[in-house]
Design a protein around this ligand. Sequence first.
Ligand code: BJW
Ligand code: ZN
Length: 270
Amino acid sequence: MVGASSLNRPREIERASALLSGAGRIVVLTGAGISAESGVPTFRGPGGMWKSLRPEDLATPEAFRRDPALVLEWYAWRRALVRECSPNPAHHALARLALEVPGRTTLVTQNVDGLHHRAARAEAGTADPAPAFPHEVHGAIHRTRCSRCGWVDEDPQDVVAPDLPRCPRCAALMRPDVVWFGEMLDPDVLGASFDAAEAADVCLVVGTSALVYPAASVPEVTLAAGGIVIEVNLEPTPLTRRAEVSLLGEAGQLLPALTAYAPAPRDGAG
Ligand code: BJW
Ligand code: ZN
């Protein structure tokens, strides 16, 4: 397996593009890096949120029990930040890829920012372009859910302490509808993601440090089933040595180039 350097990038882009164009099925796993060019901070690496903040203070159920106001304020800040951001060319390229042959490409994202959804609606010109909506394995920041009964609020108000938001059904505290460390992922969402990974000839992995499990297993499932991995990242990750092609660079530049080919509809897709 050959990792590309920035020196051989043009040929490697061509090779990756040919592999994508020839694939019967594709699964795409995205992480925070795909939204970095939209202005959404990543978690790890230079400028990442975990450089100045501790995940155990903000992204665990224990942190929420200990200091719900602190956790809710952090999420309110992030929700406001995301509202001001827009999908970038990488989100748009993936939306087009998923829409061009319905059923061929499955998007799986660890991101909670909703930018894939916004790109999908813009590319499709409809409110519900289902094939281009990703499986959001870590939830969605714009929703809240009851910490006790699970009731979901699709359009919550940002409530500032001391009036913390409470469930209209059982009065327990509402929390972000995201997956924190130590919590289980939704088995249906994770199962659908692994099914797509297993069926895929190519797993395209974009902008993730590939450190957080079980999401990081998505490319591993494709590899175990005999498929290949194409990786797009600013820097090498633990996955890089197992990638057929590793492209080092910005997702917003590389993805439009990678996906700009005429796809051949394949038997069995759809
Ligand atoms: C660019 C770019 C540009 C920048 N272009 N690229 C197996 C082994 C070891 C540990 C575990 C394991 N299984 C489970 C665990 C524990 C834990 C885990 O994985 N820990 C590891 C960190 C060690 N996992 C869990 O706890 C999960 N739950 C679970 O396993 O339940 C079962 C269980 C329960 C109890 C006991 C035992 C088992 C849940 C994980 C939930 C993660 N939650 C978060 C927060 C979500 C909500 C929120 O956003 O607030 O999810 S943490 C954070 O990390 C967030 C992300 O989705 C996730 C992944 O981060 P991501 O997307 O990879 O971002 P970065 O910042 O790490 O990387 C960005 C990358 O982009 C970098 O590589 C850059 O180079 C690149 N980049 N700009 C291209 N322009
Ligand atoms: Zn409730």
